[in-house]
Design a binder for this molecule. Sequence first.
Ligand SMILES: N[C@@H](CCC(=O)N[C@@H](CS)C(=O)NCC(=O)O)C(=O)O
Length: 204
Amino acid sequence: MKLYFAPGYCSQAVHIALREAGLDADLVQVDTVAGTTLEGADYRAINPRGYVPLLELDDGSRHTEVAALLQYVGDLAPQAGLMPAAGSRERFEVLQWLAFISSELHKAFSPWLFHKETAGSTRRGVIDRLKLRFADLENRLAGRQWLVGDRFTVADAYAFTIMGWAGMVGLGLAEYPNVVAHQDRVRARPQVRAALRAEGLFED
Ligand SMILES: N[C@@H](CCC(=O)N[C@@H](CS)C(=O)NCC(=O)O)C(=O)O
C-alpha cells in the first residue's frame, strides 16, 4: 500500500491508523499547493481532486476520503480494535463520530480557516460554530479515555489530527480540558509518535 500524505494534514489520521493496525505502507509526500509529489510527479494525475490523503492499494487502485479510508484500514486489522465489528453498537458510534469530525470539524477548519482570503465575518462565523462543536467533543470526553467504548479507535485518530489544528488558527483549547487530555493521551501512543516522527513533526 501507498499513502499519499502531507505533514500534519488530515492524511495524518490515516497514517496513524495504518501504524496502529500494524500495516506497512509506503509514504509519498505531496505538496498540495504545487500539485506535485516531493519527487516531482504530477499529483493531479494521481488524484485529480488534488487533495490528500490518497491510499493506493497493492492492485494499483486509488482511494480517497479520510472517513472511508479509516474504516477500511480499521477493518483490515480487526484484532487492533480500531474499527468495531459490523453491526455492533460501537461501530455505529464510531461511524457517527467519523461523520461528525469530517463534516462539523474537518471541513470547517479546512478550507475556511486556512485561507487568508476568507473574509473576517466568515471566519468569525466559522469559529463560533466550531466552538459549539468543540463543546460537544468536550462533553463526550468527560469521564472517558476514548471517543467510543474503552479502546482507541479510528475516531480518536481523526479527532486528534483535526483538533491538533486548533492552535494553528489561534483557537486555544484551555476551555476544553477533556479535549486537551485526549490529545495528550493520543499523542503518547507509540504508534502515534512514530507517525508524527515520520512526518517530521516530532522528535524524541
Ligand atoms: N473530502 C476529503 C478532503 C481532504 C482534504 O481536505 N485534504 C486537505 C488537507 S486536510 C488537502 O489536501 N487540501 C489541499 C487541497 O485541497 O488542495 C477527505 O475527507 O478526505
